[in-house]
Design a protein around this ligand. Sequence first.
Ligand code: NAI
Length: 333
Amino acid sequence: MKLAFFQLEDWEEKMIREKFPANDLYIDRNAINLEKLPDVNDAEVLAIFVNSRITKEVLERFPKLKLVTTRSTGFDHIDLEACKARGLTVCYVPGYGDNTVAEFTFGLILNLTRKMYWAIDHVKREKSLAFSVDALRGVDLKGKTLGIVGTGRIGKEVIKIAKGFGMNVVAHDMFPDAKFAEAVGYPYVTLEELLRQADVLTFHCPYTKDTHHIVNMENIKLVKRGAYLVNTARGGIVETAAMLLGLKEGILSGVGLDVFEEEIATRSDLALQGLSASAAEVVRENKELIEMPNVLMTPHNAFNSKEALERILETTLANIHAFQEGTPQNLVP
Ligand code: NAI
Protein backbone atom coordinates (compact mmCIF):
# COMPACT_ATOMS: atom_id res chain seq x y z
CA MET A 1 0.00 0.00 0.00
CA LYS A 2 1.56 3.31 -1.09
CA LEU A 3 1.73 5.80 1.77
CA ALA A 4 2.43 9.50 1.23
CA PHE A 5 3.46 11.50 4.32
CA PHE A 6 3.54 15.29 4.12
CA GLN A 7 5.20 17.91 6.34
CA LEU A 8 7.42 15.45 8.15
CA GLU A 9 10.50 16.20 10.23
CA ASP A 10 13.70 14.10 10.25
CA TRP A 11 12.92 12.25 13.51
CA GLU A 12 9.43 11.37 12.23
CA GLU A 13 10.82 10.11 8.91
CA LYS A 14 13.28 7.89 10.80
CA MET A 15 10.46 6.32 12.84
CA ILE A 16 8.26 5.81 9.78
CA ARG A 17 11.05 4.24 7.71
CA GLU A 18 11.48 1.66 10.48
CA LYS A 19 7.81 0.66 10.19
CA PHE A 20 7.12 0.44 6.43
CA PRO A 21 9.00 -0.95 3.38
CA ALA A 22 10.90 1.79 1.51
CA ASN A 23 9.02 1.10 -1.75
CA ASP A 24 5.71 1.85 -0.07
CA LEU A 25 6.77 5.29 1.12
CA TYR A 26 6.70 8.79 -0.26
CA ILE A 27 7.94 11.38 2.26
CA ASP A 28 7.73 15.13 1.78
CA ARG A 29 8.94 17.92 4.05
CA ASN A 30 6.24 20.27 2.70
CA ALA A 31 2.47 20.45 3.04
CA ILE A 32 0.27 19.45 0.10
CA ASN A 33 -0.01 22.34 -2.33
CA LEU A 34 -2.29 21.97 -5.35
CA GLU A 35 0.00 24.21 -7.41
CA LYS A 36 3.04 22.00 -6.80
CA LEU A 37 1.76 18.47 -6.25
CA PRO A 38 4.48 15.81 -6.25
CA ASP A 39 4.35 12.84 -8.58
CA VAL A 40 2.69 10.33 -6.21
CA ASN A 41 -0.64 9.79 -7.90
CA ASP A 42 -0.45 6.11 -6.89
CA ALA A 43 -0.78 7.06 -3.17
CA GLU A 44 -3.44 5.07 -1.32
CA VAL A 45 -2.87 6.80 2.03
CA LEU A 46 -2.26 10.51 2.63
CA ALA A 47 -0.86 11.31 6.08
CA ILE A 48 -1.08 15.06 6.47
CA PHE A 49 -1.01 17.94 8.94
CA VAL A 50 -3.22 21.03 9.22
CA ASN A 51 -1.42 23.04 6.51
CA SER A 52 -2.41 20.52 3.82
CA ARG A 53 -5.83 21.51 2.60
CA ILE A 54 -7.64 18.47 1.23
CA THR A 55 -10.12 19.76 -1.34
CA LYS A 56 -12.09 18.00 -4.09
CA GLU A 57 -9.44 19.21 -6.57
CA VAL A 58 -6.60 17.73 -4.48
CA LEU A 59 -8.47 14.42 -4.16
CA GLU A 60 -8.87 14.23 -7.95
CA ARG A 61 -5.07 14.09 -8.22
CA PHE A 62 -4.94 10.91 -6.12
CA PRO A 63 -7.15 8.43 -8.01
CA LYS A 64 -6.08 5.39 -5.94
CA LEU A 65 -6.62 7.07 -2.56
CA LYS A 66 -8.36 5.07 0.20
CA LEU A 67 -7.39 6.77 3.47
CA VAL A 68 -6.72 10.33 4.58
CA THR A 69 -5.25 10.47 8.08
CA THR A 70 -4.48 13.83 9.65
CA ARG A 71 -1.89 14.21 12.39
CA SER A 72 -4.15 16.67 14.22
CA THR A 73 -7.27 16.90 16.36
CA GLY A 74 -8.89 19.52 14.10
CA PHE A 75 -10.03 18.30 10.67
CA ASP A 76 -11.57 21.44 9.20
CA HIS A 77 -8.77 21.51 6.56
CA ILE A 78 -10.34 18.40 5.00
CA ASP A 79 -13.41 18.58 2.75
CA LEU A 80 -15.29 15.74 4.43
CA GLU A 81 -18.15 15.85 1.91
CA ALA A 82 -15.71 15.38 -0.96
CA CYS A 83 -14.05 12.49 0.90
CA LYS A 84 -17.44 10.89 1.54
CA ALA A 85 -18.40 11.24 -2.13
CA ARG A 86 -15.19 9.36 -3.01
CA GLY A 87 -15.87 6.70 -0.34
CA LEU A 88 -12.64 7.54 1.52
CA THR A 89 -11.89 6.78 5.16
CA VAL A 90 -10.78 9.85 7.15
CA CYS A 91 -8.97 9.44 10.48
CA TYR A 92 -7.64 11.95 12.99
CA VAL A 93 -5.83 12.08 16.33
CA PRO A 94 -8.22 12.83 19.16
CA GLY A 95 -6.82 13.74 22.53
CA TYR A 96 -3.06 13.62 21.95
CA GLY A 97 -2.30 16.74 23.92
CA ASP A 98 -5.16 18.02 26.01
CA ASN A 99 -2.75 19.37 28.63
CA THR A 100 -0.36 20.51 25.85
CA VAL A 101 -2.86 22.93 24.33
CA ALA A 102 -4.26 23.93 27.75
CA GLU A 103 -0.79 24.83 29.05
CA PHE A 104 -0.11 26.91 25.94
CA THR A 105 -3.47 28.65 26.36
CA PHE A 106 -2.45 29.75 29.84
CA GLY A 107 0.90 30.86 28.43
CA LEU A 108 -0.98 33.27 26.18
CA ILE A 109 -3.30 34.34 29.01
CA LEU A 110 -0.41 35.13 31.37
CA ASN A 111 1.54 36.93 28.66
CA LEU A 112 -1.47 39.16 28.08
CA THR A 113 -2.55 39.76 31.67
CA ARG A 114 0.96 40.21 33.12
CA LYS A 115 2.55 41.76 30.01
CA MET A 116 5.36 39.21 30.21
CA TYR A 117 6.11 39.26 26.49
CA TRP A 118 6.49 43.04 26.44
CA ALA A 119 8.83 42.99 29.44
CA ILE A 120 11.03 40.26 27.99
CA ASP A 121 11.06 41.86 24.54
CA HIS A 122 12.04 45.25 25.99
CA VAL A 123 14.93 43.77 27.99
CA LYS A 124 16.21 41.82 24.97
CA ARG A 125 15.94 44.80 22.60
CA GLU A 126 17.50 47.34 24.98
CA LYS A 127 19.95 44.80 26.48
CA SER A 128 19.22 46.47 29.81
CA LEU A 129 17.00 46.04 32.87
CA ALA A 130 17.22 49.73 33.75
CA PHE A 131 13.72 50.95 32.91
CA SER A 132 10.50 51.79 34.70
CA VAL A 133 7.99 48.96 35.11
CA ASP A 134 5.01 51.36 35.22
CA ALA A 135 3.92 50.43 31.69
CA LEU A 136 4.16 46.73 32.54
CA ARG A 137 1.48 46.69 35.25
CA GLY A 138 -0.91 43.81 34.72
CA VAL A 139 -3.95 42.27 36.38
CA ASP A 140 -4.31 39.23 38.67
CA LEU A 141 -6.09 36.10 37.52
CA LYS A 142 -7.19 35.06 41.04
CA GLY A 143 -10.83 36.00 41.55
CA LYS A 144 -11.36 36.80 37.84
CA THR A 145 -13.82 34.88 35.68
CA LEU A 146 -12.73 32.61 32.84
CA GLY A 147 -15.40 32.17 30.15
CA ILE A 148 -14.77 28.97 28.22
CA VAL A 149 -16.55 27.81 25.07
CA GLY A 150 -16.08 24.07 24.58
CA THR A 151 -15.56 21.83 27.60
CA GLY A 152 -14.22 18.73 25.85
CA ARG A 153 -10.79 17.21 26.35
CA ILE A 154 -8.75 20.42 26.09
CA GLY A 155 -11.40 22.63 27.69
CA LYS A 156 -11.49 20.45 30.80
CA GLU A 157 -7.70 20.77 31.23
CA VAL A 158 -8.03 24.56 30.86
CA ILE A 159 -10.73 24.61 33.54
CA LYS A 160 -8.56 22.60 35.95
CA ILE A 161 -5.65 25.02 35.45
CA ALA A 162 -7.98 28.01 35.88
CA LYS A 163 -9.23 26.57 39.16
CA GLY A 164 -5.60 26.18 40.27
CA PHE A 165 -5.17 29.91 39.70
CA GLY A 166 -8.20 30.61 41.89
CA MET A 167 -10.33 31.77 38.95
CA ASN A 168 -14.10 31.48 38.70
CA VAL A 169 -15.23 29.61 35.60
CA VAL A 170 -18.34 29.92 33.45
CA ALA A 171 -18.74 27.60 30.48
CA HIS A 172 -20.76 27.18 27.33
CA ASP A 173 -21.04 23.93 25.40
CA MET A 174 -23.46 22.36 22.96
CA PHE A 175 -23.21 19.18 25.06
CA PRO A 176 -22.60 20.24 28.68
CA ASP A 177 -20.86 17.77 30.98
CA ALA A 178 -22.95 18.21 34.13
CA LYS A 179 -20.99 15.61 36.10
CA PHE A 180 -17.61 17.27 35.49
CA ALA A 181 -19.13 20.70 36.12
CA GLU A 182 -20.46 19.58 39.49
CA ALA A 183 -17.20 17.88 40.47
CA VAL A 184 -15.02 20.86 39.55
CA GLY A 185 -17.54 23.57 40.34
CA TYR A 186 -18.67 25.79 37.48
CA PRO A 187 -22.00 26.61 35.81
CA TYR A 188 -22.98 26.29 32.17
CA VAL A 189 -24.44 29.52 30.80
CA THR A 190 -25.63 30.82 27.45
CA LEU A 191 -23.03 32.27 25.11
CA GLU A 192 -24.44 35.77 25.67
CA GLU A 193 -24.18 35.37 29.45
CA LEU A 194 -20.62 34.08 29.11
CA LEU A 195 -19.60 37.09 27.01
CA ARG A 196 -21.10 39.43 29.62
CA GLN A 197 -19.43 37.76 32.62
CA ALA A 198 -15.96 36.69 31.51
CA ASP A 199 -12.76 38.63 32.22
CA VAL A 200 -10.89 36.14 30.04
CA LEU A 201 -12.55 34.43 27.08
CA THR A 202 -11.09 31.21 25.69
CA PHE A 203 -12.29 28.89 22.92
CA HIS A 204 -11.92 25.09 22.82
CA CYS A 205 -14.66 23.88 20.47
CA PRO A 206 -14.14 22.52 16.95
CA TYR A 207 -14.67 24.76 13.92
CA THR A 208 -17.98 23.73 12.35
CA LYS A 209 -20.85 25.51 10.65
CA ASP A 210 -22.37 25.95 14.15
CA THR A 211 -19.24 27.53 15.59
CA HIS A 212 -18.44 29.76 12.59
CA HIS A 213 -18.09 33.32 13.94
CA ILE A 214 -19.76 32.54 17.25
CA VAL A 215 -18.16 35.78 18.35
CA ASN A 216 -19.01 38.31 15.70
CA MET A 217 -19.65 41.99 14.88
CA GLU A 218 -22.99 41.84 16.69
CA ASN A 219 -22.21 40.09 19.97
CA ILE A 220 -18.71 41.57 20.48
CA LYS A 221 -20.62 44.50 22.00
CA LEU A 222 -21.86 42.18 24.79
CA VAL A 223 -18.30 41.35 25.90
CA LYS A 224 -17.40 42.69 29.35
CA ARG A 225 -15.37 45.87 28.94
CA GLY A 226 -11.65 45.20 29.43
CA ALA A 227 -11.84 41.44 28.83
CA TYR A 228 -9.01 39.45 27.26
CA LEU A 229 -9.71 37.03 24.41
CA VAL A 230 -7.61 33.97 23.63
CA ASN A 231 -8.20 31.56 20.75
CA THR A 232 -6.18 28.36 20.43
CA ALA A 233 -8.97 26.35 18.74
CA ARG A 234 -9.60 27.51 15.15
CA GLY A 235 -9.56 30.97 13.58
CA GLY A 236 -13.03 30.87 12.05
CA ILE A 237 -14.68 30.61 15.50
CA VAL A 238 -14.08 34.31 16.18
CA GLU A 239 -14.71 36.88 13.43
CA THR A 240 -11.44 38.74 12.82
CA ALA A 241 -13.20 42.04 12.14
CA ALA A 242 -15.02 41.74 15.48
CA MET A 243 -11.71 41.35 17.37
CA LEU A 244 -10.37 44.44 15.62
CA LEU A 245 -13.51 46.36 16.54
CA GLY A 246 -13.32 45.13 20.14
CA LEU A 247 -9.68 46.21 20.43
CA LYS A 248 -10.22 49.60 18.80
CA GLU A 249 -13.25 50.37 20.98
CA GLY A 250 -11.51 49.28 24.21
CA ILE A 251 -13.93 46.38 24.75
CA LEU A 252 -10.96 44.01 24.61
CA SER A 253 -7.82 44.78 26.62
CA GLY A 254 -5.83 42.25 24.70
CA VAL A 255 -6.03 39.32 22.31
CA GLY A 256 -3.88 36.17 22.14
CA LEU A 257 -4.20 34.02 19.03
CA ASP A 258 -2.58 30.76 18.01
CA VAL A 259 -5.03 30.30 15.13
CA PHE A 260 -6.44 32.68 12.55
CA GLU A 261 -9.07 32.91 9.89
CA GLU A 262 -7.45 32.35 6.48
CA GLU A 263 -4.52 30.85 8.35
CA ILE A 264 -2.79 29.20 5.41
CA ALA A 265 -2.98 32.34 3.26
CA THR A 266 -1.87 34.57 6.14
CA ARG A 267 1.15 32.41 6.82
CA SER A 268 2.21 31.99 3.20
CA ASP A 269 2.40 34.91 0.80
CA LEU A 270 2.37 32.41 -2.09
CA ALA A 271 -1.15 31.30 -1.18
CA LEU A 272 -2.45 34.87 -1.60
CA GLN A 273 -2.81 34.25 -5.32
CA GLY A 274 -6.38 33.48 -6.27
CA LEU A 275 -7.88 34.51 -2.91
CA SER A 276 -11.42 35.84 -2.89
CA ALA A 277 -11.88 39.51 -1.97
CA SER A 278 -13.32 38.58 1.44
CA ALA A 279 -10.44 36.20 2.21
CA ALA A 280 -7.88 38.82 1.14
CA GLU A 281 -9.60 41.27 3.50
CA VAL A 282 -9.22 38.80 6.40
CA VAL A 283 -5.50 38.42 5.59
CA ARG A 284 -5.22 42.23 5.68
CA GLU A 285 -7.04 42.28 9.04
CA ASN A 286 -4.66 39.64 10.41
CA LYS A 287 -1.72 41.80 9.39
CA GLU A 288 -3.35 44.74 11.18
CA LEU A 289 -3.69 42.56 14.32
CA ILE A 290 0.02 41.64 14.13
CA GLU A 291 0.87 45.36 14.32
CA MET A 292 -1.34 46.08 17.35
CA PRO A 293 0.55 46.44 20.64
CA ASN A 294 -1.93 44.47 22.76
CA VAL A 295 -2.19 41.50 20.40
CA LEU A 296 0.02 38.43 20.69
CA MET A 297 0.00 35.94 17.84
CA THR A 298 1.77 32.58 17.55
CA PRO A 299 1.89 30.49 14.35
CA HIS A 300 -0.45 27.58 15.29
CA ASN A 301 1.99 26.24 17.80
CA ALA A 302 -0.11 25.13 20.79
CA PHE A 303 0.23 21.43 19.87
CA ASN A 304 3.99 21.66 19.52
CA SER A 305 5.51 19.85 22.50
CA LYS A 306 7.90 16.90 22.29
CA GLU A 307 5.50 14.61 24.14
CA ALA A 308 2.47 15.60 22.08
CA LEU A 309 4.28 15.06 18.76
CA GLU A 310 5.38 11.61 19.83
CA ARG A 311 1.79 10.74 20.76
CA ILE A 312 0.53 12.15 17.42
CA LEU A 313 2.91 10.01 15.37
CA GLU A 314 2.19 6.86 17.39
CA THR A 315 -1.57 7.33 16.93
CA THR A 316 -1.20 8.09 13.21
CA LEU A 317 0.81 4.91 12.64
CA ALA A 318 -1.79 2.99 14.65
CA ASN A 319 -4.53 4.58 12.50
CA ILE A 320 -2.79 3.36 9.33
CA HIS A 321 -2.21 -0.14 10.68
CA ALA A 322 -5.81 -0.43 11.88
CA PHE A 323 -7.01 0.62 8.40
CA GLN A 324 -4.70 -1.93 6.76
CA GLU A 325 -6.11 -4.61 9.07
CA GLY A 326 -9.65 -3.70 8.01
CA THR A 327 -10.56 -2.29 11.44
CA PRO A 328 -10.23 1.49 11.01
CA GLN A 329 -10.00 3.54 14.21
CA ASN A 330 -10.23 7.22 15.14
CA LEU A 331 -12.64 7.99 12.31
CA VAL A 332 -13.57 11.69 12.20
CA PRO A 333 -16.95 12.16 13.88
P1 NAI B 1 -13.30 17.78 21.99
O1 NAI B 1 -14.09 17.18 20.89
O2 NAI B 1 -12.83 16.91 23.11
O3 NAI B 1 -14.13 18.99 22.66
C1 NAI B 1 -14.82 19.94 21.91
C2 NAI B 1 -15.98 20.47 22.74
O4 NAI B 1 -16.63 21.49 21.98
C3 NAI B 1 -17.03 19.39 23.07
O5 NAI B 1 -17.34 19.42 24.45
C4 NAI B 1 -18.22 19.80 22.22
O6 NAI B 1 -19.47 19.44 22.80
C5 NAI B 1 -18.04 21.32 22.13
N1 NAI B 1 -18.78 21.91 21.04
C6 NAI B 1 -18.98 21.41 19.80
N2 NAI B 1 -19.76 22.25 19.09
C7 NAI B 1 -20.05 23.30 19.89
C8 NAI B 1 -20.83 24.47 19.73
N3 NAI B 1 -21.48 24.72 18.59
N4 NAI B 1 -20.92 25.32 20.78
C9 NAI B 1 -20.29 25.04 21.95
N5 NAI B 1 -19.54 23.94 22.15
C10 NAI B 1 -19.42 23.08 21.14
O7 NAI B 1 -12.09 18.53 21.28
P2 NAI B 1 -10.69 18.92 21.91
O8 NAI B 1 -9.75 17.77 21.80
O9 NAI B 1 -10.90 19.53 23.24
O10 NAI B 1 -10.19 20.03 20.85
C11 NAI B 1 -10.91 21.23 20.65
C12 NAI B 1 -10.36 21.96 19.44
O11 NAI B 1 -9.04 22.45 19.71
C13 NAI B 1 -10.14 21.07 18.20
O12 NAI B 1 -11.33 20.91 17.46
C14 NAI B 1 -9.09 21.82 17.42
O13 NAI B 1 -9.70 22.66 16.47
C15 NAI B 1 -8.38 22.67 18.49
N6 NAI B 1 -6.96 22.29 18.63
C16 NAI B 1 -6.00 23.24 18.43
C17 NAI B 1 -4.66 22.92 18.53
C18 NAI B 1 -3.58 23.93 18.30
O14 NAI B 1 -2.41 23.54 18.10
N7 NAI B 1 -3.87 25.22 18.32
C19 NAI B 1 -4.24 21.54 18.85
C20 NAI B 1 -5.34 20.62 19.12
C21 NAI B 1 -6.65 21.00 19.00
